[in-house]
Design a protein around this ligand. Sequence first.
Ligand SMILES: [Zn+2]
Length: 286
Amino acid sequence: MPIFHTNCPLCDHKHISDLYLNVNGFTITRCHACGLVFVKERLTTNELIEYYNRTDGADYIYADPRNTENLSYYFRKLGKIIEQKIPTGRILDVGCSAGYFLDVMNNWERYGIEIPSTWADMAQKKYGNNIHIGTLEDSNYPDEYFDVITLQDVFDHLTNPLESLELCKRILKTGGMIIIKVHNIECLYARLTGRNFYAIIPPSHLYYYSKNTLKLALEKSGFSFDTSAFIGHTLFLKTIPYRLAQTNHSGFFFKLYQILDKTPFGNIKIQKNLHDIITVIGIKNS
Ligand SMILES: [Zn+2]
């Protein structure tokens, strides 16, 4: 029998109710007090690692070297936002994959964390021991070590987001910046598509945030909320049906992706900003 959240994991309010039943076998629940949307079943890190291993967490978005330029488009924009506030220093990218974001941060002393995978090995080839293969929780950085910490497409996977933020606060310098990038559950596209919103993929994504719930998470962990931004992306045309397929690799959208993948049309570049991706910045004041 799974163990369920009985209170909101963010604001601890009891007034929660189910939003979508049986999405991949999980329940998506919403807090009426703060608006957090989350997977009701409580999973341990070991259960999640088992799930990732079983489903082969490989996502072509990161596996295809031709897609690196699309990823870098966002990363360069984020880099500029960071450097307007802090020109250089020591940066940690939590969930750094193969180090693609670190690759664009040339003027920085670069660190990354990634769970054991071929991506982690690729990152370590470039950045050596500055890449910790494991988790944020089993890393062991000194207090006040980093100027900037980024969590990109990571924060919604964490089992205990507030504890993770508190850990980030410990290793961040006073005046340092934390940056979180996740899917925005309150964008119009998510509202229109409901349970079919492409980012609703439990148990991979455990939490579904908005600007307000991200702000609350930052403030509860001792950060002050600085700004939020909707930074546009570029993507290949074939990525659209790939994302719409969610975890269903036998239906129409995945077949369409496979067809497009075999044609030059699939690699046509599209500019996208549906406000479905939100980036927030928090500052450690003390
Ligand atoms: Zn709540």
